[in-house]
Design a protein around this ligand. Structure first.
Ligand code: PBG
Length: 332
């Protein structure tokens, strides 16, 4: 081959990148409104939404502002809304979580009555928003987080959420056996149609930081006896397989960005839909960089969500869900 021939390649991948429509034609991965789920916080006892300072653009909702956010999410064609409650009073047992008049259960009822079947309504099923010590389960006298007594509370919480009309419960406490116990409790009470979105591979992560402000939680100690160690991929797959065996309808990997390989491994290992949670700290670091003018905000958001989808997520929970759905609509 002469030097001249080597300088003029036959294979030219750039041909398919020449125009936006050619690029669109061959796009392997797209982000769509229907697969994005908006996490939303609702706080008891406030009359105006409260901004979360570490998550610019995200608020703790009032009952009314949550209803409006849910209606907008439905109108935008989002995949769903994931509700978190911020109670006025917390105690050691997280009593507000099982109380039918507790903030989260009331909010589920209100949102369901607002959107009906136009938007799947999901709720976080965990005690950390409701306990004064900030742990996801009950704390034993020796200071450990007790697995099996916590399961009983999770079962009661699932029934309270189901009675309020939730479509999917999202157990996120990483107690062993939580999915099986919740499935059995729901079925025994006739809630066979309530689905379980299991936070299956959930890692002990520094990126949950801003979430603590979002739910007014100050954690005593850490979550490392129940959330997973960041270096373990096989263990994440094992957790997902266990949850599927226990009856999970979807399994989730969380966080997303530092765990893209886990999303891929779980996607390849199970045949239920896989969700990924683009969490608070992932949101905040991108927003902080954008606020400083260091990155192009919208492009970075879309690139982030594309990467999560490319890794294998069928469903993505993201605080940018509504904004991205608006952007995608405007781009059409
Ligand atoms: C547990 C829960 C957490 C998040 C969702 N569900 C916190 C934790 O497990 O420490 C974090 C979500 C986020 O950071 O955006 N109730």
């Amino acid at each position: 081959m002469s030097v001249a021939e080597a300088a003029f390649p036959v294979a030219r991948p750039r041909r398919l990148r020449r125009t936006p429509t050619l690029r669109r034609l061959v796009a392997e991965t797209t982000v769509e409104a229907r697969q994005l789920v908006l996490p939303a916080f609702v706080r008891e006892g406030i009359s105006e939404p409260v901004p979360i300072s570490s998550m610019p653009g995200v608020v703790q909702h009032t009952h009314d502002s949550l209803r409006r956010a849910a209606a907008e999410a439905a109108e935008l064609g989002l995949g769903g809304i994931m509700l978190f409650g911020v109670p006025e009073w917390k105690d050691a047992r997280g009593s507000g979580a099982v109380d039918p008049d507790g903030i989260l259960n009331v909010a589920i009822e209100e949102v369901v009555s607002e959107v009906g079947d136009a938007l799947p309504v999901m709720a976080d099923l965990c005690l950390d928003e409701f306990t004064d010590h900030g742990h996801c389960g009950l704390v034993a006298p020796d200071g450990s987080v007790d697995n099996d007594s916590t399961l009983e509370v999770y079962a009661a919480m699932a029934l309270a959420q189901a009675s309020a009309g939730v479509d999917l419960v999202g157990p996120s406490g990483m107690m062993d056996g939580q999915v099986g116990v919740i499935r059995a409790a729901l079925d025994a009470a006739g809630h066979t149609d309530v689905a379980i979105l299991a936070y299956s591979a959930k890692y002990a992560s520094a990126f949950y930081g801003p979430f603590r402000e979002a739910v007014d939680s100050s954690l005593q100690g850490d979550r490392r006896t129940y959330q997973q160690d960041g270096g373990n991929v096989r263990e994440g797959v094992r957790e997902a397989l266990l949850d599927v065996a226990e009856g999970a309808d979807l399994v989730m990997v969380k966080p997303a960005l530092a765990y893209l390989d886990v999303i891929r491994a779980v996607r390849d290992a199970v045949d239920v839909p896989v969700a990924a949670y683009n969490i608070s700290g992932e949101y905040s670091m991108l927003e902080a960089a954008a606020a400083n003018g260091w990155i192009d905000r919208e492009a970075a958001i879309l690139e982030t969500l594309t990467s999560i989808r490319r890794a294998g997520a069928d469903v993505t929970l993201t605080y940018w869900a509504a904004e991205v759905a608006r952007l995608l609509r405007a781009a059409r």
